[in-house]
Design a protein around this ligand. Structure first.
Ligand SMILES: [Zn+2]
Length: 268
């Protein structure tokens, strides 16, 4: 069953076998929200799924791909039609329940791969709670922060160093063009850099954020929903970014496999 890496396509004896051989359970998580006038609202979900599919297919002998948690934390996007948000506590409970279930079935390593920036604090909490509750080694990463992605993106970047790759931007639009070009309307792509960086506050998916962390209502920051420059996106860039992200996630899967399982010592 080396090729059966999609968790939902396995039978229960195959799930049992995958857990027994120590496969890493990879759990994508994203959201549904506006991505400008040129990209579908499923952008975060489709991109995250595509990266995870490519990564786990490459590591099919040592990982399984769990069906994604489709919904995430997007209350600040509700001024734009389309966003579906779930509450902060709901998201934590949902993710934790998925991890508890995987732990119950014998998976000892769980990797949460996130595709939506505002899920970041919650995936950290979900992974931490999984460790303290189940003793399973759980970890979380944003796919754009996987090893090698930043270098690949900076080498391709034509948009502004800060803010040009932020949301519905050169980075995300390139990836979507590589995955489903028929769903991207480049004639509607607009360049909007309106997140108002200040001395200690700035954001860029690839360049990183400033030390001051805050999230205002999206409609107060951008008219179109775009933050960045999608007009610089190409499918060729997207293919390179997809390859780099998949490589990076495989590297993380192998790093988790090499790491010793969680072992507690009670010193009472
Ligand atoms: Zn996005």
């Amino acid at each position: 069953m080396a090729d059966g890496y999609r968790y939902g396509e396995l039978t229960w004896p195959q799930v049992k076998e995958a857990a027994a051989r120590g496969a890493v359970a990879v759990v994508p998580i994203a959201t549904i929200e506006d991505h400008g006038p040129h990209l579908p609202i499923d952008t975060d979900l489709r991109l995250c799924n595509a990266v995870c599919e490519e990564a786990v297919s490459r590591a099919h002998d040592r990982a399984v791909l769990v069906p994604a948690i489709n919904h995430g934390y997007s209350p600040h996007h509700m001024d734009f039609p389309g966003a579906i948000t779930i509450g902060a506590h709901t998201l934590i409970d949902y993710g934790l329940d998925v991890c508890r279930s995987l732990a119950h079935h014998g998976f000892r390593k769980i990797l949460i791969v996130n595709g939506h920036g505002s899920n970041t604090p919650f995936i950290d909490i979900i992974a931490r709670l999984t460790v303290v509750e189940t003793d399973v080694l759980a970890a979380a990463i944003n796919y754009w922060a996987a090893p090698g992605v930043r270098e690949a993106a900076e080498s391709l970047r034509e948009s502004e160093r800060i803010g040009g790759m932020n949301h519905a931007c050169e980075f995300e639009t390139s990836l979507y063009l590589a995955i489903r070009p028929d769903l991207v309307d480049m004639s509607k792509a607009v360049h909007e850099l309106s997140h108002r960086p200040t001395k200690n506050y700035w954001t860029d998916l690839i360049g990183g954020d400033g030390p001051l962390v805050m999230m205002e209502h999206w409609s107060s920051l951008t008219k179109t929903g775009v933050m960045g420059d999608p007009t610089k996106a190409t499918a060729e860039k997207g293919r390179k970014l997809l390859g780099a992200a998949a490589n990076g996630i495989v590297e993380i899967i192998d790093e988790m496999l090499a790491r010793a399982p969680v072992r507690r010592t009670d010193h009472h």
